[in-house]
Design a protein around this ligand. Sequence first.
Ligand code: C5P
Length: 193
Amino acid sequence: MIFTVAIDGPAAAGKGTIGRAVAQQFGFQHLDTGLLYRAVGALGGDPVAAAEGLVPEDLARPDLRSLAAGAAASRVAAIPEVRAALLAFQRRFARMEGGAVLDGRDIGTVICPEAEVKFFVTASPEVRAHRRWLETGGDAADVLAQVIARDRHDAERATAPMVAAPDALLLDTTEMSISAAVETAASAIRIRI
Ligand code: C5P
């Protein structure tokens, strides 16, 4: 069975948590595509060469989850040649046999417009920044400023900007528990399988 679940939305909205949970529930493979851009940003040097030569070990670096790695990812993600270098791998993953869940910013719009189910997951900037702060610590106001700056950069770039696909289901997790968000997503997938 070929079946793609596309999950897009801003930082710390719950995409990864929902993606992992529904992948496990339905036996699909899961790809956190942000990790690809984080790895390219962390490798340094020429980002296009880094994207073209990316290997699985690059995704296992321990420092990829930091706010700085997120900012570096957002910078390299605006480069069209970087995105082009990562496109084929993501498309193959999305259409692999057995079902796939991908989360990112452009999955439902660019990587897999034919995805069987698309979600755009959001939450208020304050709630998202608080979730990120629980992971990273540091100055809370600074974390909020960085989250807002990164979302703006991702939404305003020319190539593959972060935007909800017209046929995406909106999932606002501001006041939702994780289990409620996962159950809502799972129900939408179930009726399309
Ligand atoms: O999702 P995550 O916060 O790990 O993504 C890091 C950055 O990678 C995002 O801010 C965005 O600039 C970029 N990204 C992207 N397209 C994706 C996934 C992530 O441009 N599909």
